[in-house]
Ligand binder design. Structure first.
Ligand SMILES: [Zn+2]
Length: 264
């Protein structure tokens, strides 16, 4: 783990890249901020989480870090022991942004597990049209472990766009919390609540709908040799939909459940 700190005192705001080693955008964004950010007020914590996985260009070395929180400091698996070290660095931060990329198509979006006032400000202050409420899904991710944490899917894995968009969105996040000078533009953000993983089996995977695109009742979202996922619930939208992004899922099912309004 690599930690770079700028500024001093409160608020303390953190940006974490490299939770997944095959998503180089996060580390590049962190490094660009380390080189360029002039801290107006408070402390900026910049963290590169999983250096061995980044060096290997692999999602993880032994187990998925974002499926192991809070982890176990005595564990043999590298990521399981890394998780509590990362938590101890970030714990108590006033707001945390975790950077990710994926194999699914644009647009970029944010993810939270618990909607606090800080999360509302973070999400509506960033240039994302959608935010995913993953609160009912699992409790082993960083955003479900530490309060006031959001994840940001900045774009396609390995793309320059993911770095450029992620850098701009991260700067807005830092403006929201007073770390960088200037006011962000707050906008209403649409919420998709996810509650179900869509399992993937073997054989050639096919996905027929993109993120946040409503799947008509009775239509097939995705299929392979083992599964044909026909949607029966009205208003279903896919999130993190991709054919080759994950070993075991095609993505998640969610539905549009409302909007988050900017802070008044
Ligand atoms: Zn990731």
């Amino acid at each position: 783990m690599r930690l770079i700190e700028r500024g001093s005192g409160s608020p303390r705001i953190a940006v974490v890249g490299g939770i997944h080693g095959d998503e180089p955008a996060g580390e590049r964004i962190v490094d660009r901020l380390a080189d360029t950010a002039t801290v107006e007020d408070g402390t900026l914590q910049l963290v590169v989480a999983n250096e061995p996985a980044l060096a290997a260009g692999a999602r993880y070395t032994e187990t998925d870090l974002n499926r192991t929180f809070p982890g176990d400091i005595d564990a043999d698996e590298y990521e399981r022991a890394l998780a509590p070290r990362l938590v101890s660095v970030l714990e108590g931060a006033d707001a945390i942004l975790a950077l990710h990329t994926s194999q699914s198509a644009p647009p970029p979006f944010a993810i939270y597990s618990e909607l606090t006032e800080t999360v509302r400000r973070s999400v509506t202050g960033m240039p994302v049209e959608y935010v995913v409420d993953a609160g009912s899904l699992r409790d082993t991710t960083l955003d479900s472990t530490l309060p006031n944490t959001i994840s940001l899917e900045t774009g396609k894995q390995g793309s320059t766009d993911a770095v450029e968009f992620g850098l701009e969105a991260t700067r807005d996040f830092l403006r929201v919390h007073g770390i960088l000078a200037g006011e962000p533009t707050y906008t209403e953000t649409t919420v998709a609540t996810v509650d179900e993983e869509v399992p993937k089996g073997s054989g050639r995977p096919e996905v027929f709908y993109e993120n946040f695109e409503e799947i008509p009742e009775g239509e097939v979202f995705a299929r392979d040799e083992e599964y044909t996922h026909r949607v029966t619930a009205p208003g279903t939208v896919p999130v993190l939909a991709s054919e080759h992004g994950y070993e075991d899922i095609f993505g998640l099912y969610g539905r549009i459940t409302g909007t988050i309004e900017p802070p008044s």
